[in-house]
Design a protein around this ligand. Structure first.
Ligand SMILES: Cc1cc2nc3c(=O)[nH]c(=O)nc-3n(C[C@H](O)[C@H](O)[C@H](O)COP(=O)(O)O)c2cc1C
Length: 197
């Protein structure tokens, strides 16, 4: 893990989790440094080993590296705000969920794409990299730009790179819901017997 990843402010709850999870945050600025292909492969390999319903592995990551025509094409599908910061990322990934395969429709495609993306994001931290997911893009434009088959649905663009040293996360993005809002202990709405802050 790079020192820049470690510098991310962490709160006491996060400090009790695995360092990879505690160090992950989504920068809005990346360092001007290329990501070697072998590092990119390890990040993708992590996604490959995510669990999935019936092991259908319903994910696809289109990799666009700065300098490739695909990079500008993908960048142009982002909202103006996202384009502003995402252009600092040396790599953009377009994640898509395979909604249908030989078994038929897959109701868990988005769930499993999310899992694989989470694995990818944590491996990125292990490599000293960072990710920021982007929903603010035109999925139809991306579909047209890359001729995406109809059984796939573009879901997010993922900005990937080494975080810029000054790219501290905002306090708002470090806020998390209290436990009572996402954990039911023995029943829905029942608070767990530990800190609920
Ligand atoms: C599916 C998804 C879509 C997101 N879309 C955007 C986006 O369009 N623009 C943006 O700046 N951040 C986006 N984010 C980043 C979130 O704002 C960020 O993950 C959240 O504030 C928590 O911060 P953290 O990742 O540093 O913990 C997105 C994150 C996810 C998971």
């Amino acid at each position: 893990m790079s020192s820049s990843a470690r510098q991310a402010p962490i709160n006491p709850v996060q400090a009790r989790v695995h360092p990879l999870i505690a160090a992950r945050y989504s920068p809005t600025r990346f360092a001007d440094r290329e990501v070697p292909v072998e590092v990119l492969q390890r990040v993708l390999e992590a996604a490959r080993w995510a669990p999935s319903s019936y092991n259908r592995q319903p994910w696809y990551f289109l990799v666009a590296r700065r300098g490739q025509p695909a990079y500008e094409r993908l960048l142009s599908t982002l909202s103006a705000y996202n384009r502003g910061w995402a252009r600092t990322a040396p790599v953009l990934l377009l994640s898509s969920a395979q909604k249908e395969d030989a078994r038929g429709p897959n109701r868990y495609a988005e769930h499993d794409l999310g899992l694989a993306s989470g694995f990818l994001a944590l491996q990125a931290v292990a490599e000293g990299l960072a990710t920021r997911f982007i929903a603010g893009f035109d999925a139809d434009a991306a579909r047209a730009a890359f001729d995406i088959p109809p059984q796939y649905r573009p879901w997010t663009v993922i900005a990937l790179g080494y975080p810029a040293p000054e790219a501290e996360p905002t306090p708002a993005q470090r806020e998390r819901k209290p436990y009572a809002a996402f954990v039911g202990w023995g029943g829905w709405g029942l608070a767990p017997p530990f800190a609920t802050d």
